[in-house]
Design a protein around this ligand. Sequence first.
Ligand code: 5GP
Length: 187
Amino acid sequence: MKGKLLIFSAPSGAGKTSIVRYLLDSGLNLEFSVSATSRKKRGEEIHGHDYFFYSSDEFREKISKGEFAEWEEVYNDHYYGTLKSEILRIRKKGRHVLFDIDVEGGLKLKQLYNKEALAIFVMPPSPEVLKERLIKRATDSYDNIMMRLEKAEKELARVGEFDRLIVNENLETACKEAYKIVKDFIS
Ligand code: 5GP
């Protein structure tokens, strides 16, 4: 069996990370694709678990060597990308690959893997709720929150390019919906 790709994309603050965590614990044969980034570690984050943390120079070197399936400069000098080696590693084990990446990156992967991939957009119930969630999270500075909100607006406009849409009004309901969508796709 060749593992499939389950891509969860959303503006940050939409709650996709909680849904992805739920799915990883749900007994489906899924494994998380650890992205690479050049941004600084936050809080308790661990290299190789939350992200592969590289300097901007290291990241750019990997780009020039063609090591990424997709990559992006999401914020100024903050690179994010999916390593080809990570997708291969998980599929070799006969498992499905779960992605928690931004909208642009998610759509790039969908184009690349086509029918082998399902792209799911997680939507916040409203722009107000999104703002509230970003502020409550309090890991970001005011400027950073504003930058994320600006980015979110552009991302929301691309919802039509996704295979499926989940509106995260209530986390429990959204998780159950995600579980069903993933289960149907992989079986
Ligand atoms: P954060 O800094 O909050 O961890 O993530 C910032 C943004 O980068 C989020 O929207 C996240 O989904 C996105 N991101 C994380 N990993 C990747 C990746 O591998 N590729 C792309 N294109 N975006 C990613």
